[in-house]
Ligand binder design. Structure first.
Ligand code: NAP
Length: 512
């Protein structure tokens, strides 16, 4: 009998994908993301035997933290945030090779100390290792870190062989086209593109990867995946939470930067791209960039392609919720949108005339991320009732979170002597089939970067193409201040302007 404790469907799958000996250095090691996601991801990879036998973790930050204290912090993070309970044997293995280096992000001397530390690990081990730097700091120090990696020689370590340095860069990647181009410029000064892993953790989610599998491994979808059969596509990324204590940060961001420009556009690209010739990183990313480039500039006039709004007070889960302008840290006359809805036109052979509607907001009725592909209504009047033809359109929806899965709405006959139709829903739920303990996005992404697989990361030109589309919107909104800002009650599905955006083409938003 197998001793694999995983779900029967997962047994027999490879546990090891040839990860070379690795040092992961986390910049911003005392931060929130490190504690909530990165340390638990490393622990779970160790638990699954997916880390190489020679694995070292180095925390880096400005605070002076002794090695032992850092191990204690990491242990606390696993206890609090890991999807799996702490396993002492697994953690002790990782902890034995966990160290901490204190230093500033713009301090060349500290980077030389870091380089010497990595060399000493290599010397003790008696063989070369690859270094994966994870930049998990606020974006203000991305550039100094990159420049110092270049200046002290860490960026070019083992360049030319498979142990070359790799760098994961957290989001946000710029705040507009100009800053994204500038950051790509700094990257190019010190790294080759294949060494760079720009993260959007949405791409590490099982359901996002499943989108590609569903599209390209089932012969029933691809023949229908075009303007002949698809009426429109709706992508919703909604949150129940408001800005909470992060008002100051959110004022500099807003829904367009925080959600639409990055996560939502990744979902557009994967839904709309042509089949790549292989699952190789460049083949996939070439197709994503191609389709992003086919999106037409947005009409920014009132009644055009863009809607923005702020939440007003309302009710969430039976409790009263404040409006955005009454939240802590928000300017009285703030022009920051907490909701954005966009209509995209993709001008290529496959999609011309098929609108892609995107919406994202805080303080909405429910937390959900889904892609809904709505097919055209079936022809004929065989099932018209009272002369009225209103069969529901078939809709295929991918639930990215929560309750990951896939649903298809079909029309069926209501049992009885009359011939009456009713939409019925076929559901596939990940948790029902595979159990609920699926890997977190960061586990997959850290592992992929260690292996050198960039498929689920964003290429420089991809980030710039998306910013090119949205930077004119950001500029127009900044210039307009609060003029044209719509409003929606907390706990609702969005503002009236978003309904009008849809109504113009005879569509309505789903209530996912
Ligand atoms: N938290 C999340 O859930 C999340 C999700 C997605 C993406 N991200 C992105 O991941 C990155 C890290 O997020 P985080 O929430 O962990 O950030 P954070 O806690 O605010 O900062 C991470 C670490 O960076 C250092 N740091 C903070 N402010 C700094 C400053 N002004 N100048 C220099 N160093 C500073 C601090 O370490 P030391 O004082 O020890 O140097 C801090 O512990 C950010 O780019 C964020 O946008 C975060």
């Amino acid at each position: 009998m197998s001793d694999d404790p995983r779900h029967p469907f997962l047994q027999g799958l490879s546990k090891h994908r040839g990860t070379p000996p690795t040092v992961i250095v986390i910049f911003g090691a005392s931060g929130d993301l490190t504690a909530r996601k990165l340390i638990p991801a490393i622990f779970n990879l160790a638990y699954d035997n997916l880390l190489p036998a020679d694995f070292f973790l180095v925390g880096y930050g400005r605070k002076d933290i002794p090695h032992e204290e850092f191990r204690g912090i990491a242990l606390g993070a696993i206890k609090e945030f890991s999807r799996r309970e702490l396993n002492a044997e697994v953690w002790n293995r990782v902890a034995a090779n966990t160290t901490y280096i204190a230093g500033g992000y713009d301090e060349p001397e500290a980077f030389r100390r870091l380089a010497a530390h990595i060399e000493s690990l290599e010397k003790t081990l008696g063989r070369d290792v690859q270094t994966l730097f994870y930049i998990s700091t606020p974006p203000s120090v991305f550039a100094p870190i990159l420049r110092n990696l270049g200046a002290c020689g860490l960026a070019a370590r083992h360049l030319g062989n498979s142990l070359h340095t790799k760098v994961i860069i957290e989001k946000p990647f710029g705040k507009d086209l100009e800053s994204a181009v500038a950051l790509n410029g700094v990257i190019r000064e010190v790294l080759e593109e294949h060494q760079v892993y720009r993260i959007d953790h949405y791409l590490g989610k099982e359901t996002v990867q499943d989108l590609l599998v569903q599209r390209f491994s089932n012969s029933i979808f691809e023949p229908l995946w075009n303007r002949n059969y698809i009426d429109h596509v709706q992508i919703t990324v909604s949150e129940e939470v408001g800005v909470g204590t992060r008002g100051g940060y959110y004022e500099q961001s807003g829904a367009l930067r925080d959600m639409i420009q990055n996560h939502t556009m990744q979902l557009v690209a994967l839904t709309a791209m042509e089949p790549p010739v292989s699952l190789d990183a460049e083949a996939v990313r070439n197709e994503k960039v191609k389709v992003l480039k086919a999106i037409q500039p947005l009409d920014l006039a009132p009644g055009g392609d863009v809607v923005r709004a702020q939440y007003a007070s309302g009710m969430i889960g039976g409790k009263g919720a404040r409006g955005y302008l009454d939240e802590d840290g928000i300017a009285a006359q703030s022009g920051t949108e907490t909701y954005a809805a966009i209509r995209l036109s993709i001008n290529n052979w496959r999609w011309q005339g098929v609108p892609f509607y995107l919406r994202s907001g805080k303080r909405m009725a429910r937390r959900v991320t889904e892609i809904a592909v709505q097919f055209k209504r079936p022809p004929g009047t065989l099932f018209a009732e009272g002369g009225r033809f209103d069969l529901a359109p078939n809709t295929l929806s991918f639930q990215i979170q929560p309750d990951e899965g896939l649903s298809l709405i079909l029309n069926g006959k209501v049992p009885g002597l009359e011939t009456r139709t009713q939409p019925v829903k076929m559901n596939f739920r990940y948790s029902a089939t595979y159990g609920s303990n699926t890997p977190e996005a960061y586990e997959r992404l850290v592992l992929d970067a260690m292996i050198g697989d960039g498929t689920l990361f964003i290429r420089g030109d991809e980030a710039e193409t998306s910013w090119k589309l949205y930077t004119p919107v950001l500029k127009a909104w900044a210039a307009a201040g609060r003029e044209g800002m719509d409003s929606y009650p907390a706990g609702s599905w969005g503002p009236p302007g978003a309904e009008s955006l849809m109504a113009k083409t005879g569509h309505v938003w789903r209530q996912p």
